[in-house]
Design a protein around this ligand. Structure first.
Ligand code: ZN
Length: 423
């Protein structure tokens, strides 16, 4: 299948593109082989069984489960048939190659100490530089083309670390080196929806897009006071675009972290509570591609929000939604309550609740950057306490005078301990 960016297939459609989708679903194990459909491609139908198979694929891959094959599902579905070595991988600036083989390549590079950035299955510039660095290190021409020679080089090397732990260690180490302070960082705030898309509406006259923007402003005020540069993906007047566009925007800002703000909605009106989402496959134990910092921030943020607002804890989840996947930095989405629930909406109609959510965001961010040194209890820290805690910690660090980060056995030991606290 060639990339077809504009194709959207749903129940009722038929033709050659549907035949290709059915074939991929059989290969991925989501559709029984007997369901391959009629021999003639143009007679293939997107029926109920195909829709259910698409949903099951989307569920496993952490995509939005809607049974529709749009741009994201198509790319992941099309990429799922490739194993490492099945085709030549290289960086194509006009169209990044995507697939499970890219995930495997990135995983191998990460394990061997070459940092491909996020292990996201997209062959972008970071994967390209890591691949070239690997080739140079093993004496191959650093041409950035992962062909048979490069595959042989991989096969000849023993795994130094298995799974995603090398990546996790490096992400933690990078964070530790970057220091404990929020000051000087760039955070992208992404108020969900915007423009003609107002998002969900609910009780008490609340509208998701306005509420998300209101919360983003409250977060911005507090972060600016800490010396953080805050960039918005949209304002009142502008539409933030698709999630892919928002992710590209965050990448262009070279942000340290992205926080997307949404509220949830349920038809029954019964569901309530807050949830957070970070980049990862729902079954991420299977392979090591998930954002450790994203997971850590998503977890801390939800705990802080729940402790400060009394919203129900709907847990933190790994997802591969475009905004989480296509951002090069840790990205987290917060759904702060259901506007369709009377109790949640009543709480959110009160500005004090939004202030408490905003404070939760700042404290959780601060705690991510504190890492292992943070032993404070959730929901009880005020910002002033946190600043004092930081100063004490910095003083201890200077007095302790430990060596350069990562130097020698002591440095490695520290990092490993840091990694274990993430789980
Ligand atoms: Zn939303």
């Amino acid at each position: 299948m060639t990339p077809q960016h504009s194709v959207v297939l749903r129940r009722g459609d038929s033709g050659a593109a549907v035949a290709a989708v059915r074939e991929r679903l059989v290969l991925s194990g989501d559709l029984p082989a007997a369901d391959l459909g009629p021999a003639r491609d143009d007679h293939a139908v997107f029926d109920h069984e195909v829709e259910e198979a698409v949903k099951s694929f989307q569920q496993r891959r952490g995509l939005i489960v809607d049974g529709i094959v749009g741009r994201s599902t198509y790319a992941v579905l099309d990429g799922s048939r490739w194993g490492l070595g099945d085709r030549v991988l290289r960086y194509v600036p006009e169209y990044f190659i995507e697939g499970d083989d890219v995930v495997a390549l990135q995983g191998r590079l990460a394990e061997l100490g070459f940092t491909p950035g996020k292990v996201d299955g997209i062959h972008g510039p970071n994967t390209d530089s890591a691949l070239r660095a690997f080739q140079a290190a093993v004496g191959l021409t650093p041409d950035g083309t992962a062909g048979p020679e490069t595959m042989r080089a991989f096969a000849g090397l023993r795994r130094s670390v298995s799974g995603g732990s090398a990546n996790a260690l490096r992400e933690r180490e990078h964070l530790r080196r970057s220091g404990y302070s929020l000051s000087g960082r760039t955070i992208v705030l992404d108020p969900g929806h915007g423009g003609t898309d107002a998002g969900a509406d609910g009780h008490h006259g609340l509208v998701e897009s306005s509420l998300a923007l209101d919360l983003a402003r409250r977060v911005e005020g507090r972060l600016s006071a800490h010396g953080v540069s805050v960039v918005f993906t949209r304002t009142e007047a502008t539409d933030g675009g698709t999630d892919e566009e928002r992710a590209a925007f965050a990448n262009s800002c070279d942000a340290d972290l992205v926080l997307s703000l949404h509220t949830d909605h349920s038809d029954s009106g019964l569901a309530h509570g807050a949830a957070t989402y970070f980049y990862g496959h729902p079954d991420h134990a299977r392979r090591g591609d998930w954002s450790v910092i994203g997971e850590s921030f998503a977890d801390l943020l939800l705990r802080e929000v729940v402790a400060r607002t009394g919203l129900t804890d709907c847990r933190s989840h790994a997802r591969t939604w475009p905004l989480l996947r296509r951002t090069r930095m840790p990205a987290v989405r917060l759904d702060f309550g259901y506007l369709s629930h009377d109790g949640d909406a009543a709480a959110l109609a009160d500005a004090h609740t939004l202030d408490r959510v905003a404070e939760a965001v700042v404290v959780a961010l601060q705690r991510v950057y504190l890492g292992e040194a943070d032993t404070s209890r959730t929901g009880v820290l005020r910002l002033d306490d946190l600043r004092r805690h930081l100063e004490t910690m910095r003083a201890q660090q200077v007095a302790g005078g430990h060596g350069a980060p990562g130097s020698g056995a002591a440095g490695r030991d520290r990092t490993q301990r840091a990694d274990r606290t993430v789980g």
